[in-house]
Design a binder for this molecule. Structure first.
Ligand SMILES: C[S@@+](CC[C@H](N)C(=O)[O-])C[C@H]1O[C@@H](n2cnc3c(N)ncnc32)[C@H](O)[C@@H]1O
Length: 279
């Protein structure tokens, strides 16, 4: 079968089929245009067909390929972690705006999953000491692997540090307070109709273990635990659902944080809410 014949017969979206050809058969778009009539060998065809079948069954492309780009970094992914979303880059932008390049800041990413946010921050702020927490051991194993591959070994802030457990309870007594705490926690309400389309991603990442009708079960606990661990002037910034900004602002204000405000994502939706400690 030729490259062009496979592309037409794959039964998946053209952009996905092009990605599979590039990743699994090493055929770039330019090579395809130049030689659409070139044949695909049987091993390639078998790999392409297996991947196309998984896509036709609804598995997201990022899981089929085993990676997704986030903040310019190619993160390895598997089904133990959420696929990082472009909207989450708003949270990373906020973190970087508030982290001085020349300071060895203490940074915490709660619910780190693939390590996307923690690693993006560590990559852009080499002096910062960055820690990631997750309840899932499998997620942390992947985050550690991503960090080892993406961060330079001689990084001045040291290797990223990973802690398994329930939010701030994951941190041992040796860990002090923070200059910045960020989180993209589970925030989908139990029974939300969008969950059907997200069925391949872990329920722990989407709904969490404190499933509730407004989706704020984990955010409530996390804000109550994280706010007291901010140094004077330090920010807590959280991603949340499209209709949760007002409730999260309220939670941050009640936790005693000031300058509480929300930031919009690429679609203009209030997606991240932040507040800072101090008088
Ligand atoms: C929405 S995902 C975010 C993953 C990653 N930070 C990102 O933005 O792509 C939420 C993460 O929180 C973790 N998580 C859920 N409940 C937790 C808890 N009680 N304590 C720590 N981590 C938790 C999940 O395992 C998941 O990796």
């Amino acid at each position: 079968m030729t490259r062009d014949e496979w592309l037409r017969a794959s039964g998946v979206e053209r952009s996905d089929a092009l990605a599979l050809l590039r990743e699994l058969a090493g055929v770039s778009r330019a090579a395809l245009l130049a030689h659409p009539e070139a044949g695909l060998d049987s091993a390639c065809l078998e790999a392409l067909e297996r991947a196309a079948e998984a896509l036709r069954g609804g598995l997201p492309l990022a899981y089929v390929l085993g990676w997704r780009e986030f903040y310019g970094l190619r993160l390895e992914l598997n089904r133990h972690v959420l696929i990082p979303r472009p909207d989450t880059e708003v949270l990373v932008d906020f973190a970087l705006e508030h982290l001085d390049r020349s300071l060895a800041a203490e940074v915490l990413d709660l619910g780190t999953g693939s390590g996307a946010i923690a690693i993006a921050i560590a990559h852009e702020r080499p002096l910062a000491r960055v820690r990631g927490v997750d309840a899932s051991a499998e997620a942390l194993e992947l985050a550690r692997r991503n960090a080892e591959r993406l961060l330079p070994p001689e990084r001045p802030g040291g290797a990223a540090l990973w802690h398994q457990g329930d939010w701030m309870g994951a941190l041992g007594p040796e860990v002090g307070d923070f200059d910045l705490i960020v989180s993209n926690p589970p925030y989908v309400a139990a029974g939300d109709p969008h969950l059907a389309a997200l069925r391949h991603e872990p329920a722990l990442a989407l709904v969490g273990a404190r499933a509730c009708a407004d989706g704020l079960g984990d955010i409530r606990v996390l804000v109550a635990q994280a706010a007291p661990r901010l140094r004077d002037g330090a920010w807590l910034a959280l991603e949340h659902g499209y209709d949760q900004a007002a409730a999260v602002r309220d939670l941050l204000q009640r936790a005693g944080l000031r300058e509480v405000h929300s930031l919009r994502d690429l679609a203009g939706i209030e997606r991240v809410t932040a507040g800072r400690a101090g008088k």
